[in-house]
Design a protein around this ligand. Structure first.
Ligand SMILES: [Zn+2]
Length: 410
C-alpha cells in the first residue's frame, strides 16, 4: 500500500497458485487429461479459471498457452500499474524496473498520475497558462508504443491538486487534455479524489473526511464529463520485474527492493493496524465501544468505522505510537513485522555502504574497474538504456552521489 492508501498487488502474489498440492508432475498429469477433453469443454473450463491458474497454464501447457494467455491478459478486474512520469519521459527501459517484454501484452493499464504533474503539463508563470502539447503527445506515444495491445487506461489521480481549479469542468485541465487526446481505440477514464457535493460540509480547515469521495470520470459522446462510482472489484497489479543483472542491475535492485518492497509494506502496516483494532472491538458479533488508545487523546469510539475516521484525521501514519497502544493479541504480530522490515532496510543500507566503500577506496583501482564495467553494460544492454550516451545516463551520473551519501534507505 502506498502512503496515500493505494492498494498494490505484487505480480508474484497475483499469479501465485493457491493450491497446496500442485507439484510439477501433478500439473503434467492434469494437463494431459485436460488436453484429451473436447476443445469446447476446455474453453469452458478455462473461462472459469482464476488468473493464477491461467498464468500457470501459460507455462506448463504448450497447447493451452495461447488461449490461457489471451484470457489472462483480458481479465477485466486486473489493471497493471505504470507511472505517468515514465510515459511523459519517453518510457525508456532503463528508467523502470518492469519486464518490458510483458508490457507488450498488457490490455488494462492503471497510470499512477501524481497531482503535481498538472503543473508540468499546464505550467502557469506570471499568471500565464501554457499547455505543453509536446508532453501530451509524448504520453500517448509512449503508452501506445510500449503497450500495443492496450484497451483500457485509467489515470489514477489520488490527491488534492493545489492549483485546481485551473479551468472549467470537474477535472484539472491537464487531465482533461490528456483524456481528450486519447487514441480512439482506447477506453480512457480517470479515477479522481474529489470534494463531492460542495453543499455538504463547510470551510476548508478541518474539513470532514466524509466530504471526500472517489469518482470515475470519462468523456461522453456529447463532449461532457460523466461521473460514475469506482469499480469496487478492480485490482491494481504491479508489473513483473525485469532481471537485475550486471553491475547496473545489481545496484538498481537495491533501490527497487527498498522503494517497491520495503516502503510499500511499511506503509500498509498503519491501515492494517487501524482495521485490526476496529475489528477487535466490532467484528464477529462484538460491539465494544472503546477509548482512543493513543496517549493523551480522549476520543470515544462508539460504532464500527468511527475509529478509522478519527485516526485518519488525528493520528495519520503514527505507526510507532499506535503499535504500542494496541492490545497484546495484536501488538506482537505487528511489532515482529516492523522489526523484520527494519532489518531488511538495514541490510540494503549495508550493501549501499559496501559499494560506497569500494568506490571510495584510496588507490582508486576498484573505482576504475566499476566504471569500466558500468560503461560496458550501459553501452550494450538495452534493458538499461535511458536515451542518453552511457556516460550521460542518469543511472551513471546519479551513482556516485547515491553511494557517496548512501542515500538508498535514508
Ligand atoms: Zn485519538
Amino acid at each position: 500500500m502506498t502512503l496515500d492508501g493505494e492498494r498494490r498487488i505484487p505480480f508474484s502474489i497475483y499469479t501465485r497458485s493457491h493450491s497446496t498440492c500442485a507439484p510439477d508432475a501433478e500439473h503434467g498429469r492434469a494437463s494431459f487429461g485436460f488436453n484429451r477433453l473436447p476443445a469446447e469443454l476446455q474453453l469452458r473450463i478455462l473461462a472459469s479459471c482464476p488468473p493464477s491458474t491461467l498464468f500457470q497454464l501459460m507455462h506448463v501447457s504448450s497447447t493451452l498457452r495461447a488461449e490461457a494467455s489471451k484470457r489472462f491478459r483480458a481479465e477485466p478486474s486486473a489493471y497493471f500499474l505504470v507511472e505517468a512520469w515514465w510515459l511523459l519521459d519517453g518510457a525508456h527501459p532503463g528508467k523502470t524496473s518492469c519486464d518490458m517484454a510483458f508490457l507488450a501484452h498488457v490490455e488494462n493499464i492503471e497510470v499512477e498520475y501524481q497531482p503535481s504533474l498538472t503543473t508540468e503539463i499546464c505550467p502557469r508563470r506570471n499568471d500565464v497558462l501554457t499547455i505543453r502539447q509536446d508532453l501530451i503527445r509524448a504520453f500517448w506515444n509512449s503508452l501506445t508504443r510500449i503497450f500495443p495491445e492496450v484497451k483500457k487506461v485509467i489515470l489514477n489521480h489520488n490527491g488534492e491538486c493545489i492549483t485546481w481549479p485551473d479551468g472549467p469542468g470537474p477535472l484539472p485541465l491537464a487531465l482533461q487534455l490528456l483524456l481528450r487526446a486519447c487514441p480512439r481505440h482506447v477506453d480512457a477514464s480517470t479515477l479522481m479524489l474529489d470534494k463531492g457535493d460542495p453543499a455538504r460540509g463547510s470551510g476548508t480547515v478541518g474539513m470532514p473526511l466524509e466530504r471526500w469521495r472517489r469518482s470515475v470520470y470519462r468523456l461522453g459522446e456529447d463532449g461532457l464529463w460523466k461521473r460514475s462510482e469506482p469499480d469496487k472489484v478492480r485490482m491494481t497489479v504491479m508489473m513483473p520485474v525485469k532481471r537485475f543483472i550486471g553491475p547496473v542491475g545489481e545496484f538498481q535492485k537495491l533501490y527497487y527492493d527498498f522503494t517497491e518492497n520495503i516502503l510499500l509494506q511499511k506503509y500498509e502496516l498503519w491501515p492494517l493496524m487501524v482495521e485490526a483494532l476496529d475489528r477487535h472491538h466490532f467484528d464477529g458479533g462484538n460491539r465494544e465501544p472503546f477509548s482512543c488508545p493513543i496517549p493523551e487523546c480522549h476520543a470515544y469510539l462508539e460504532k464500527p468505522g468511527a475509529w478509522t475516521i478519527h485516526v485518519a484525521e488525528m493520528h495519520f501514519q503514527e505507526r510507532k505510537r499506535l503499535v504500542e497502544a494496541l492490545p497484546c493479541a495484536l501488538k506482537v504480530g505487528f511489532k515482529n513485522r516492523m522489526h523484520a522490515l527494519e532489518a531488511k532496510a538495514k541490510e540494503i543500507d549495508a550493501q549501499y555502504k559496501r559499494i560506497g566503500d569500494e568506490w571510495n577506496e584510496k588507490d582508486g583501482l576498484r573505482r576504475r574497474d566499476m566504471e569500466r564495467s558500468w560503461m560496458e553494460q550501459l553501452e550494450n544492454d538495452e534493458a538499461w538504456s535511458t536515451g542518453n550516451a552511457a556516460r550521460e545516463s542518469p543511472l551513471w551520473t546519479e551513482f556516485p552521489k547515491q553511494v557517496y551519501v548512501g542515500e538508498g534507505c535514508t
